[in-house]
Design a protein around this ligand. Sequence first.
Ligand code: TNX
Length: 728
Amino acid sequence: MRIKSIFTVLCLATSLYAFEPSIIPQPNQITVNQGYFSVNKHTKLFVKGCAADAALLEDAFNGLLKPAKKHPKKNYIALLCDPAYETGKEGYNLEIDARGITIQAATPAGIFYGIQSLLQLAPAEIYTGSLTEGQFTFPHISVQDAPKYAWRGMMLDVSRQFFDKAFVMKYLDWMAVHKLNTFHWHLSDDNGWRLEIKKYPELTSKGAWRGPGEVLPPAYGSGKKRYGGFYTQEDVKEILAHAAKLHIEVIPEIDLPGHSKAVTSTYPEIMCTVMDTTMSVNGENRNLWCAGREENYVILEDIIAEIAALFPNQYIHVGGDEVNPSPWKQCERCQKLKNEQNYDTELKLENYFMKRMESIVQKYGKKMAGWNEIINEGEVGPETLVFAWQTSKHGAKALNKQLKTIMMPGEYCYLDMQQSPSERGHNWAGIVTLDKTYSFDPSQTADVSPENMTLIQGVQGALWSESLDKPFRFVEYQTYPRLCALAEVGWTNPENKNYEDFYKRLYAKHLDRLTNIGVQFRLNPPVAVLADNQIIATPPYTGIPVYYTTDGSEPTEQSSVYTAPLDYDKNTEYRFRSFYKGSRSPVVEAEGIERIPNLNPEVTVTSSLDERKHFELKQLKDNNPKTYYRSMRACKAGDWILFDYAEPVSCSKIEIETGLQNISRYVLTEGNVEISYDGTTFVKAGELEDGLLTVKTDQSKPFRAIRINVTAENDEPLLAVKDLRLIP
Ligand code: TNX
């Protein structure tokens, strides 16, 4: 009784203020009226033309709703689907007043999106099924909503890391909450082929696995164990059925003719007849289909035939990105083809290859989609869809060729990019922060006529999985909340977008929804600043707790909670971080603290390994944390890198980092570090762990040399090493 009366008082209190809706993506027209409608055990559900979508509501209301045969006069929820409504393909009207809740739409998809908005007007616990009668309160409101773009997609790379069927289904559930409607499934790449093809069973019995004794070497943190997985065609059917319920289309991608090491390792005969050791930008070699081998097009047709039969949507994505044409330059068959076709460069062979794929795809009743490189050296047919991933300019180029285009430039849409310089991820497209993603506006694409602009189909996020091997649930951390921002880019008209308002909706309510649907998201870090000998920390949003440590360690949820400014002590290393309901922010230091720079003594660096242009050994002594060394060849037991100091060095700590830790590549997985106090005899200082080691040194015992020793190959084509950090 008491609980109930408190609740009533709260409702009365809140109703004095206008309800602030916090729907993400922001609806395009929304009017809040006075009053609340509460769903109770007498509320009736009336459904017309969208029974499948009604099931979602029945679940959300915990079975409280009673079905009605005809439209009730009061206390109802009505889902009315009728092609006569002028709401467009995915739009909806949502009206809540004293009588009840009405969602109208011309299509079931519109009803589905209306329901998503409705759920976001309820307390966030509606997603956990823990609300009971009396708690299902909704503001009186009027929403007329429809998306800006018809294509609102997200791509997941399941090759570099494998995500199982259950996870993919969850990923789709989460997308649907944000009204995304397309899942681009990157099913093959150098590091694993993930789709069962009945005619070529070895594509998955071999090509889906990496590790000792497998056709593919370990990569991206998979280590010296068998790693991989794939989807059977039955799995795919289940995922497609699930996606259909969520009004999500699934676009399969097999990446051709480069990025194909999983195939070339399984069927080496598909490669050119030369031994080429040059590498693609991803650091892979021998990963290219031969363009001049006619049998290859037969294999590819078989594969496309199975994919076309399995996937109901209109597009099949066949890749086309980042081809290193070097093998084609030396291959007799490719050269013969090049001459026959009168091509002046090998890259034209890529366009040839793509056009062959285009006609195969079309033969099976589908349209081709490909990355923006497919129009680099020639034309493609007018039906082909281009995915502009490199920059908006690449999108403009496709649009100006009058091709339908998906806008997904890396600098806004690549959720595999770092979110700050100290976090994991790529950075070739820059640091992609939440507000950067939010700021994307495809309608501002430069140098495109208004007419060609209408060819923009929509926007898409991409999550490449190189760096997702760790830490735990990093895939969610990278996706959320940046996907929420991207959802608003795709759905909301630019004039209705506002970052501050989005941030408030996100932190005030949406993070609770994400928690309740099971997402572990990234929080923005707190900001800590040193001023007047005190450190003042500000949380990412009012009410989000800030935790801190003073010994340089990473704060956990067990660390001290920041409540008031801290008196600054220069011998203390402060670290700050926020946690909220199991989700976390990155760790930050206080701004404004002057750090004693690392030592930079004169050193000679030599190695048993060779060196790559732009990544020479001299990069290891420039004291620049951004540059690093790369070998040309793979490392093997017995290889070494020696740092020989001109004068004895004394410091308190040496930090050794091998590999590109931010993407788990080229790491020295098995090796140790030795130290020499006299320059000739060496003693072991420690073993590298995941390519990293911190050696505590005795400041009173200066050393003359440091040596990194390789004790076993790292199953990578090369080794990378960063500058040693000598901490005073
Ligand atoms: C480029 S985007 C790639 C991928 C990488 C990604 C990393 C594209 C078509 N190719 O192979 O994983 O960069 O950001």
